[in-house]
Write a protein that binds this ligand. Structure first.
Ligand code: AHM
Ligand code: MG
Length: 337
């Protein structure tokens, strides 16, 4: 009699084995991707550990210096950036590392020397919330660089560069890794007792509608008229409001529960605040892969935007398809008046 446990989809599956299984299903896959992802996995476990020990190790608070965008860096921003660079720097197929925290990208190797991918990341998004123990996260995307050309920064900005994977890790009450390689979104949770990310949910699908908006409403005097008229409408429709002020945490809730996340252009930040390459596009890919929609205030698809500058900013409207459509209806009506 066979007493072995029958195979089901519920069997324990680590992030690593999930990625390897994905590659085995594609004949001709080189293994490049699992190599990159194992470095991201190691880096985020290390950062998560630092985040949890920050008060004990006395690395909370701001540095005296500002980053390239004139913002005060937290000590942990710099630590997280260094961890990612040291984990990813040795992977032979990565040509370029681009970080929100650094003005210049790190060019590791040319295309001819094997640098076929770029990894773009925001090492610790929402870091100003760390001192009060609010969830923060690491956002990343992996870009396949075009075959032609030397590689380097120009390759990252080339319209022929394609994002092949995106994800984030939320260091919250549990550590959650959300990943898409263009075939749906899978959710992994870090099991601290075994030190591995384990699959918690396959093919996350966001609800089509949910009456929750997430926006920093204190800026409403600086919003474009269309955004204000959408909010007036939402108030009369009995919407609820949730805003953590940490994009990873706000987007994570939106992905699982539905609703809409809005960071519009404001009169003092006409381009918006969030960065196209490190925040908007990775989140847009995840949201679309989970059945949602991600656009700018003019209704342009965020994944169709071609950056001309690595640190470019954009307005971000993302979430349940029905909610984003509703938002655009107000903004566009306002535009045509
Ligand atoms: P950061 O990269 O400097 O941490 O800024 C990004 C954060 C996002 O996590 C969040 O959505 C947004 O800034 C909040 O901004 P605000 O405080 O203006 O509402
Ligand atoms: Mg950020």
């Amino acid at each position: 009699m066979d007493h072995s446990t029958p195979w089901t989809d519920d069997n324990l599956m680590s992030l690593q084995s999930h990625v390897l299984a994905g590659e085995r299903a594609h004949p001709g896959a080189t293994g490049d991707f699992s190599w990159i992802l194992s470095a991201i996995s190691l880096a985020t476990k290390t950062i998560g550990n630092k985040v949890r020990r920050a008060r004990i190790e006395d690395v909370l608070g701001e540095l005296a210096a500002e980053n390239t965008h004139g913002e005060r860096q937290q000590k942990l921003d710099v630590i997280a950036n260094d961890v990612i660079k040291s984990c990813l720097g040795s992977r032979a197929n990565i040509g370029v590392l681009v970080s929100e925290e650094e003005e210049e990208p790190t060019v590791l190797r040319t295309r001819d020397a094997g640098g076929r991918y770029a990894v773009l990341f925001d090492p610790l998004d929402g870091s100003s919330n760390i001192d009060v123990s609010v969830g923060v996260g690491t956002i990343f995307s992996v870009m396949r660089l075009p075959d032609e050309g030397k590689g380097g920064v120009d390759a990252v900005l080339s319209p022929n560069a394609t994002i092949v994977a995106s994800g984030y890790v939320l260091y919250g009450s549990s550590t959650v890794f959300m990943l898409t390689t263009g075939d749906g979104v899978d959710m992994f949770v870090l099991d601290h007792s075994i030190g591995s990310y384990v699959l918690a949910k396959r093919s996350v699908n966001m609800p089509h509608t949910r009456a929750i908006y997430s926006i920093n409403e204190a800026y409403s005097k600086r919003f474009p008229k269309g955004v204000t008229s959408y909010l007036d409408w939402a108030h009369t429709e009995g919407y609820s409001s949730r805003y953590i002020g940490s994009m990873v945490a706000d987007v994570h809730r939106t992905l699982l529960k539905g609703g809409i996340f809005i960071y519009p252009a404001t009169s003092d930040r006409p381009q918006g605040k969030l960065r196209l390459l490190y925040e908007a596009q990775p989140m847009a890919m995840l949201v679309e892969q989970a059945g949602g929609r991600a656009v700018t205030e003019t209704g342009q698809r965020i994944l169709d935007l071609d950056p001309t500058d690595l640190h470019e900013r954009t307005s971000v409207i993302l979430g349940s398809t029905g909610e984003v459509d509703q938002f655009l209806r107000h903004v566009q009506t306002d535009h045509h008046q």
